[in-house]
Write a protein of this length. Sequence first.
Length: 176
Amino acid sequence: MPLPDARPEPAVLLRPLRPDDLAAHASGCDDLVDRWVNGGRASTTEEHLAWLERMAHAWRAGADVVDLAVEDATTGEHVGVVGIQRGLSYLRPGEVNLTYTMYAGRRGRGYATAATRAAMQLAADQAPVTRFLIRCDPANHASAAVARRLGFRHVGIVAEPDGWSGDRYVHECGSG
């Protein structure tokens, strides 16, 4: 439940990524995105484009792992990316990991919370979900705040089978 003095979440739309998102995506991926998503390494234009094409194909193919564009529903501006991930080594059947990245200049406005809420609904509409997970670096306080705003429970620092270690947040959904 939002705090009484909190700003309302912006209205967002999720849509498949496409190659013509290159300019918005590449310019939005600043040092902060590189730090949390790429281990500090900046992607090349070619890598951004290849990733956009992979994600467009993943959506069309109904893949278990897909990232979607987040648009401001009022302006149509592409403000970030949200991911829905199933079938990964650290997930049990019915579990969905969620990821989110808001672009430079778009953070702190509620887009990540709104986009993640929309991704949860989309994932649940696609297939039964028993539990949502959010994983983040313990130093990434902004990411953790999104999980808390959405009612996720902090489990603690978890070492995952995929080699990643960090904070894990969960939101139980019942039988899906």
